[in-house]
Design a protein around this ligand. Structure first.
Ligand SMILES: Nc1ncnc2c1ncn2[C@@H]1O[C@H](COP(=O)(O)OP(=O)(O)O)[C@@H](O)[C@H]1O
Ligand SMILES: [Mg+2]
Length: 448
């Protein structure tokens, strides 16, 4: 099915839902009274319904920055009208993404709802990571190309699972590469299945020692201000504001406090405002140095293990340059305090009469790992330099941990079925941020 110039969204989406592949020429797509560049509309559809990647596509470069929030709201409204229940169709992935005599065994779910597939060919099992166009928040082709290039070129290659050459299919705007399958799965699963934490900590120790390689750059005050804004303030607002209008979050964010698991917590937006405007808290939470980026999304879900207890990293940010060392340590904390379980659908949250409940700390092994991790951050020699340069490293790691939860709310809202995972991220983030704030508030003057 090929569309003509200035296609109306109403014309495209029914085909999309029926499963017919639609090719749109490089033109504009009209939604209501407005016309958007077709590539932007395609990216927005793929953003919201990533499990249907590639079914609607068009030629042309990735989309320029436009008001995607408005566009997404339009598409979401329209989809709700035409289809009460959009079905997530796995058979499409099987057909379109199985090639070269390989068949899909199952879909491996990570944080970005990408197409990471466990496949088999005549040589056995392997993993194929596929991306189409811009995907979710840039997690599509551009991300996979960056990720692939990083793994091939980094001096830390020995810590990463090797990847095959990247195949680029310009027709479908699709890229993919293959890698070995590590049968122990990701580290969250491996820990729950009894993986020895000593092996993991010695892997982390060598990783940080080689990764930071004794080099760092001190930040000027203006750089610290910029990173404060982009890492915390803007990241929080940017991921929470787009959902303020949605009925499920409206009541949550309008109030001064939120009742969770029988306790009252301050609204996180109020705490974030306080943190962003208090000079004393800026001194505590500001980034002082940058170090080489060794991963950029160092969650337990992005480490895999085989049956010989060999650990490898996967899915890096694909960025080589100066990076906040506490960011990735916060990612490790965040992925062991509930996030990995949220991704696997093991965390439940609900609301009854304005009171919220969320089940956390459900995996004993992950909770134990998290407390050992804090000891590692406080004491391990691979982090000596980081601790000397970042005196408030503990508070900063905990702030990152909380912010990583908020940063994932929008993503989970758009990509997971229902709002439960988005709500879980919001509620756990709120608890973490409140606990941290209570531990620093009023103590700034004495500490500094
Ligand atoms: N080579 C592999 N061996 C074993 N499991 C893997 C492998 N690659 C990915 N996985 C599993 O698939 C998940 C998603 O893969 P990942 O590349 O991290 O995608 P995403 O970008 O969606 O996070 C991982 O969290 C892990 O559980
Ligand atoms: Mg991942």
């Amino acid at each position: 099915m090929i569309m003509t110039q200035s296609t109306r969204i109403e014309t495209i989406l029914p085909f999309y839902l029926k499963g017919t592949t639609v090719k749109i020429p490089e033109s504009r797509v009209r939604i209501g009274a407005k016309a958007y560049p077709a590539p932007c509309v395609i990216d927005a559809i793929n953003y919201m319904y990533p499990n249907l990647y590639g079914r609607v596509y068009c030629e042309g470069p990735p989309c320029e920055a436009i008001d995607t929030v408005e566009l997404i709201q339009h598409i979401r409204e329209y989809m709700r009208r035409v289809s009460k229940d959009v079905t997530y169709d796995m058979s499409y992935a099987d057909d379109a993404l199985s090639f070269n005599d390989a068949c899909t065994i199952r879909w491996l779910h990570g944080g970005s709802s990408s197409f990471t597939l466990l496949m088999r060919n005549e040589s056995g099992l392997f993993v194929r990571k596929v991306a189409v166009r811009s995907g979710v928040e840039g997690n599509g082709s551009e991300k996979l190309i960056r990720e692939h290039s990083y793994v091939q070129n980094t001096h830390l290659a020995e810590y990463y699972l090797p990847v095959s050459e990247l195949t680029i299919d310009n027709g479908l705007n699709m890229v993919y590469c293959d890698m070995p399958f590590y049968e122990g799965g990701d580290m969250a699963a491996a820990l729950i299945n009894g993986f020895d934490t000593d092996i993991l900590f010695s892997f982390l120790e060598t990783l940080f020692t080689s990764g930071f390689c004794g080099s760092y750059k001190s930040l000027a005050i203006s750089e610290s201000r910029n990173s404060f804004y982009s890492n915390y303030t803007h990241r929080f607002e940017n991921r929470i504001n787009p959902i303020l209008d949605h009925i499920e979050f409206k009541s949550l964010l309008k109030k001064g406090s939120i009742h969770i698991n029988g306790k009252r917590y301050a609204n996180p937006a109020i705490i974030m405002r306080e943190i962003s405007t208090s000079p004393g808290l800026f001194e505590i939470f500001k980034q002082r140095v940058s170090v080489p980026c060794i991963h950029g999304d160092l969650t337990l879900l992005n480490m895999v293990a085989n049956d010989k207890n060999d650990i490898k990293l996967i899915d890096p940010r694909g960025y080589a340059g100066g990076f906040d060392p506490l960011y990735d340590l916060g990612k490790l904390m965040f992925s062991s305090s509930g996030f990995s379980s949220i991704i696997k659908g093991h965390v439940k949250s609900r609301q009854r009469n304005g009171v919220f409940y969320v089940s956390i700390y459900d995996d004993r092994e992950l909770t134990a790992f998290r407390s050992q991790l804090m000891d590692f951050i406080r004491n391990n020699k691979s982090l000596d330099m980081m601790r000397a340069l970042e005196p408030y490293f503990e508070q900063r790691v905990l702030l990152f941990e909380a912010i990583h939860y908020f940063a994932d709310v929008l993503f989970r809202y758009h990509t997971d079925k229902g709002i439960e995972n988005a709500l879980s991220c919001f509620l756990i983030g709120t608890i973490k941020l409140n606990d941290l704030y209570a531990s620093v508030k009023g103590k700034e003057a004495a500490w500094l």
